[in-house]
Ligand binder design. Structure first.
Ligand SMILES: [Zn+2]
Ligand SMILES: [Zn+2]
Length: 258
């Protein structure tokens, strides 16, 4: 069954469209959707020509040199957005400002872009280390996954994999050091033999974290591991703006768009 043929998703969309009176989370215009059509069209998309394995911009749609030398452990990757403004502000507002109502909106963007994809058997959010989870209070990948599962009917496995090593944040490290930083960071307590699994995260930067988790899930028998991320960050991209640039924050009661 594909995402678009999920009866749960279609029923929810129809009911929401009939009764909702909302404001666009990006420009605050009254709207029946969470993000108005104009803002949706302005959201930063993936490079039109990219490596199919890692989404890196390319001049022709071929597998890039990095992926040829070190093929990732996932079989397919999906990302809804490029991690630049305002996609980065949305993700950061969820993650650092605990703006949890953004989780279903970001999940909806991902599903909306890949409606014909086959559904996996399980969805596994990239786990946070317990210490990081205590500090943040929630795992943004789990919050996004909850909505992906609610909307598709795919089973959520939130405790099948755990992060057993507390590693420095990947964002503080050069890209070349990131695979080493997350090596042996995860463990799984479940046999995935014959199963198709999608792993979910908010942002993919070097891909080292997702790759390490995908490897462990494959070692536990999964026949297919897909990576689903809300946004893909690329090297050299402009620094992310602050989550406070989103409307609705007390410091900045202004819409993002002029
Ligand atoms: Zn808008
Ligand atoms: Zn690549």
């Amino acid at each position: 069954m594909s995402i678009s043929s999920s009866p749960i998703l279609n029923r929810r969309l129809n009911i929401a469209q009939l009764f909702s009176h909302k404001h666009c989370v990006l420009c605050q215009a009254p709207n029946h959707q969470d993000i108005c059509n104009a803002c949706l069209q302005d959201l930063p998309g993936l490079p039109p020509v990219h490596c199919p394995s890692c989404l890196l911009p390319m001049t022709s749609p071929e597998i890039c040199g990095t992926c040829l030398r070190n093929p990732p452990a996932w079989s397919h990757i999906r990302a809804a957005l490029r991690y630049t403004f305002p996609a980065d502000a949305l993700v950061q507002a969820l993650k650092y400002r605990s703006d949890l109502p953004l989780a279903p909106i970001l999940a909806g963007l991902l599903l909306g872009r890949f409606r014909d994809d086959p559904l996996p058997d399980y969805l596994i959010p990239v786990p946070l280390h317990p210490a990081r989870l205590r500090e943040r209070g929630f795992n943004q990948a789990l919050e996004i996954s909850r909505h992906l599962c609610r909307q598709t009917g795919v089973e959520l496995l939130s405790a099948a994999c755990t992060r057993i090593r507390s590693t420095p944040s990947q964002t503080e490290l050069p890209w070349k050091n990131r695979p080493q930083n997350v090596r042996n960071a995860f463990t799984c307590n479940r046999n995935f033999s014959g199963k198709r699994v999608a792993i979910v995260d908010d942002v993919m930067t070097s891909g080292a974290t997702l790759n390490e988790l995908a490897k462990v899930i494959r070692r536990h028998g999964a026949t297919d591991v897909r990576a689903w991320v809300i946004a893909r960050a690329f090297p050299g991209a402009p620094a992310a703006k602050r989550a406070t640039d989103l409307p609705g924050n007390d410091e900045t009661k202004r819409p993002i768009k002029p």
